[in-house]
Write a protein that binds this ligand. Structure first.
Ligand code: AMP
Length: 190
């Protein structure tokens, strides 16, 4: 099963991705997690991306696409994957389409976790208190929301036009959101 999880920052992508990964046994590929791990390790890649991540701007497409395309070639992705936080721009979505077309393995589903901006911002502010992520400051949250609205939201119509989009209400309790996501994915599986 080849799945993309779309949603604004704070929509609960990370939480839902972990549950989907367990139930459907697909690797969870989060570009944000990859960048945070590289930054924590102080690697060259970490140094390259840290200014972007810390300020809430997007890492340049080419860099992200190279990382994801390498990751998708690994053995554990042969039966599927769950992409979380990628693609985030039209350029990334087109690159992903070409990578998968070359493998003859198109996406099965794009799950869009939809929730109001005010709820997303509240969740991010709460997460700032518990997790202490460097990019969960009020200023950066604002920037990430603008980036989402300007660059990532257009992907919703793109995938809708391709007939791949399923929208899930992300406002409810986590377990309800999970149940809705599982219901969509069970249909593909079955
Ligand atoms: P996330 O954990 O998905 O919210 O990502 C945290 C930060 O990592 C983002 O604000 C960006 O700076 C960077 N990032 C993650 N994924 C991407 C991507 N697909 N394209 C560009 N930048 C990304």
């Amino acid at each position: 099963m080849r799945i993309v999880l779309l949603g604004a920052p704070g929509a609960g992508k990370g939480t839902q991705a972990k549950r989907i990964k367990e139930k459907y046994a697909v690797p969870h590929i989060s570009t944000g997690d990859i960048f945070r791990a590289e930054m924590a390790a102080g690697s060259d890649l970490g140094l390259k991306v840290q200014e972007y991540v810390k300020s809430g701007r997007l890492v340049p497409d080419q860099l992200v696409v190279d990382i994801v395309s390498g990751r998708l070639l690994k053995d554990d992705c042969s039966k599927g994957f769950l992409l979380d936080g990628f693609p985030r721009t039209a350029g990334q979505a087109e690159a992903l389409d070409s990578i998968l077309a070359a493998q003859g393995k198109p996406l099965d589903e794009v799950l869009y976790l939809k929730l109001s901006e005010s709820e997303a911002v509240n969740r991010l502010l709460n997460r700032a208190k518990t997790e202490g992520r460097a990019d969960d400051t009020p200023e950066t949250i604002k920037k990430r929301m603008t980036v989402f609205n300007d660059l990532t939201e257009p992907l919703i119509s793109y995938y809708h036009a391709e007939g791949m989009l399923e929208t899930i209400n992300g406002d409810g309790p986590m377990d309800e959101v999970t149940a809705a996501a599982f219901a969509v994915l069970d249909k593909i599986k079955g």
